[in-house]
Structure formats: structure tokens, C-alpha cells
Design a protein around this ligand. Structure first.
Ligand SMILES: Cc1cc2nc3c(=O)[nH]c(=O)nc-3n(C[C@H](O)[C@H](O)[C@H](O)COP(=O)(O)O)c2cc1C
Length: 329
């Protein structure tokens, strides 16, 4: 069983750009996520008081704690914006996490995200600058290394630990791999062996068993789930009960999936009706595996408002219930 990040967080929702907004975080917390992160937030954008960037920091009603992930490469900007975030969120801020793992071209060409793995001295400077500017925990999330075959993560983690980081999250792929191949658990284990701060294991946790295996194989203190939570907030309750050695909760039915999608759409709409279009990709994930999912996917793409989603969800529920009555499910 995972020891826990900062004592108590065992299963975390990963930062995911375009996905981990306040609505999705709410559903994951309800299902048992111990800690959730914002999408990555541009430190530069915050420094320009960009409204869209600031919007990413808004919490859901009743959201008590969040990790805020910043990306950037200028130590002074990162530090001043981390301090600003701490001022705004106060004790709701669990940690400032530094993105050192994003491999997207538009990020790394600016020297941000996983490009920092190529410049460990700069990465250290960023961590110490933030460390000096905030009183909350400071964490960093990175990959196995930059170029395939060149595993720098253990040494990188050590340097960041010396620079004052309170915990690290490791995704066991190289940056140049993007999402190809498997996340390497050995790399996470080697980071765990290299540092004394807590290590969060990340990569390819799709089931409760994956989480148990990740902890058993690496000794990591907590697990972080990204794609496995898409359309599947239940993964958090499943992992939690596995960690507690309890019977797994019942798998969600087709109806549960659609009702979760409906709540998701309502939460998005309540915050900002314009953000309901975000529901298209979530709805695709919720219906994956349901009967006639491909037809549903076509209809999802035509939805732009909450009303349209609600009507579609009604139709899907009626359809799966009719199939169930005819014993075709
Ligand atoms: C749609 C999407 C958006 C992501 N955005 C971020 C991000 O903003 N910050 C970050 O550190 N990682 C981001 N990631 C990477 C994930 O946090 C995670 O490290 C990676 O997906 C591996 O975990 P998984 O196998 O559980 O998906 C993103 C991944 C996906 C699929």
C-alpha cells in the first residue's frame, strides 16, 4: 500500500491541459481522489494578468485543496507567480508543482516543460527560486529523461531535492517517446532509490491492479492517474479500496456512466456555458464501450449546449435500457 504523499495523499489526479478543470476535479474528488492538480498554467501568462490563464486557477465550489502546476523557464517569473498564486489561494493551495515533463512541441521549443530536463542547472534554479518565494510545498513533475535511452531522472531528482523540492512525480517515459511504448516502472523505482523526498509514480495506471503493481514494483509513495481517469472518475474509488484491501466497488453501469456525464456537463455549464463544448471529448470517453458507441460519438459532435447534451443523454439512457429489457446488453 502506498505510504502517502505528504502523509496522506495516495491517489492523485494528474494535471491535464484541457481536461483537469474544476468540473472534472469535482467528480474525481467525489470518487476519492486525495489530491487533484490544475491544468498546467503559464507563469508568463499569469504575469501578464491574462484572464484566460487566471481562469485556470478558479476552484470549484467546496474544493478545499488543489495543487497548481506552473510551466515556464524563467526563475524570477516562476517564483513571483508562484507567490501570487499562494496569495490568491491561501491555505487551499496544497503545492506548487513545476511542469518539467510536457513534451509538446510548442512548449519545449520555448524551453519549458520537458526541455528543462536538458538543462538541470536551470531546473534547479527554478526550484530554489520558487522555494524561497512560497511557504507551501514545492513539487516537480518530470519524465524518465529527455532522449530515448538516456535515463537522467534519478540524477535529476537528486539535484531537485538538493534545490529544495518537497516531492517529485515521475512519468516513466522519455520526453521524445511522447506517449509511445510503456511507462517504465524501473525508472520510477530508481528515482525512489535516489531521493528521500516522497516519489509519486505515474504512467499507465488504468485499473486498481495497475496501481497496486506500480506501488509494489517501485515503492512509490503515491500514484497519479491521468488518462485512466478520462470518462472514468470511478478509478479513484477503485484504487482506494484496493489500497485498503477491500472488495472492489461495483463497476459503473451504462446508466451510471451517462448520469456521470450529465453531471459533468451541468458542472461545466454552471461555471461557464461556453465551456460546455469541452464536454464533447469527455462524453466520447464516457460512452466508450457502451453499445452503439460509434453512433453516439457522431451525435456528441453535434452538441454545443447543455440542453443538447441533456437530450442526447436521455436518448442514450432510453436506448441502453431498451436493450437491457430485451436482454441484449
Ligand atoms: C490530455 C492530456 C493533457 C496533459 N496535460 C498535462 C499537463 O498540463 N501537465 C503535465 O504535467 N502533464 C500533462 N499530461 C501528462 C499526464 O499528467 C501524465 O503524466 C501522462 O498522461 C502519463 O500518465 P497516464 O498514463 O496516467 O496518462 C497530460 C496528458 C494528457 C493525456
Amino acid at each position: 500500500m502506498a505510504a502517502g504523499l505528504f502523509g496522506s495523499y495516495r491517489v492523485l489526479l494528474a494535471p491535464m491541459a484541457g481536461v483537469s478543470d474544476a468540473a472534472f476535479r469535482t467528480l474525481c474528488i467525489e470518487q476519492g481522489a486525495d489530491l487533484t492538480y490544475t491544468e498546467m498554467v503559464s507563469a508568463k501568462g499569469l504575469s501578464y494578468a491574462n484572464e484566460k490563464t487566471r481562469h485556470l486557477l478558479e476552484l470549484a465550489e467546496g474544493e478545499r485543496r488543489v495543487g497548481v502546476q506552473l510551466f515556464g523557464h524563467e526563475p524570477a517569473t516562476m517564483a513571483s507567480q508562484a507567490a501570487w498564486v499562494e496569495d490568491v489561494l491561501g491555505d487551499k493551495l496544497a503545492c506548487i508543482d513545476v511542469n518539467m515533463g510536457c513534451p509538446a512541441r510548442k512548449i519545449v521549443t520555448k524551453g519549458d516543460g520537458s526541455a528543462l530536463m536538458k538543462d538541470p542547472v536551470l531546473a534547479e534554479t527554478i526550484v530554489s527560486a520558487i522555494r524561497e518565494s512560497v511557504s507551501c510545498k514545492v513539487t516537480a513533475k518530470f519524465r524518465r529523461g529527455w532522449g530515448e535511452g538516456d535515463e537522467t531522472a534519478p540524477e535529476f531528482a537528486k539535484r531537485l531535492e538538493q534545490a529544495g523540492v518537497d516531492a517529485v512525480t515521475v512519468h516513466g517515459r522519455f520526453a521524445t517517446q511522447m506517449y509511445k511504448g510503456r511507462s517504465d516502472r524501473g525508472a520510477i523505482a530508481r528515482v525512489k532509490g535516489a531521493v528521500t523526498v516522497p516519489v509519486v509514480g505515474n504512467g499507465d495506471v488504468r485499473t486498481a491492479q495497475d496501481a497496486l503493481d506500480l506501488v509494489a514494483d517501485t515503492g512509490c509513495d503515491a500514484v497519479m492517474v491521468a488518462r485512466g481517469a478520462q470518462g472514468n472518475p470511478w478509478i479513484f474509488s477503485q484504487v482506494k479500496s484496493a489500497f485498503d484491501g477491500c472488495e472492489p466497488p461495483e463497476a459503473p453501469s451504462a446508466r451510471d456512466r451517462i448520469e456521470m456525464a450529465r453531471r459533468h456537463a451541468r458542472l461545466l455549464n454552471a461555471r461557464d456555458p461556453r465551456s460546455v463544448v469541452r464536454m464533447r471529448k469527455h462524453a466520447m470517453w464516457y460512452v466508450a464501450g457502451l453499445p452503439d458507441a460509434s453512433r453516439a460519438r457522431g451525435l456528441i459532435n453535434d452538441c454545443s449546449t447543455l440542453d443538447e447534451f441533456e437530450r442526447l443523454f436521455d436518448r442514450i439512457v432510453q436506448h441502453v435500457e431498451a436493450l437491457a429489457e430485451r436482454d441484449e446488453l
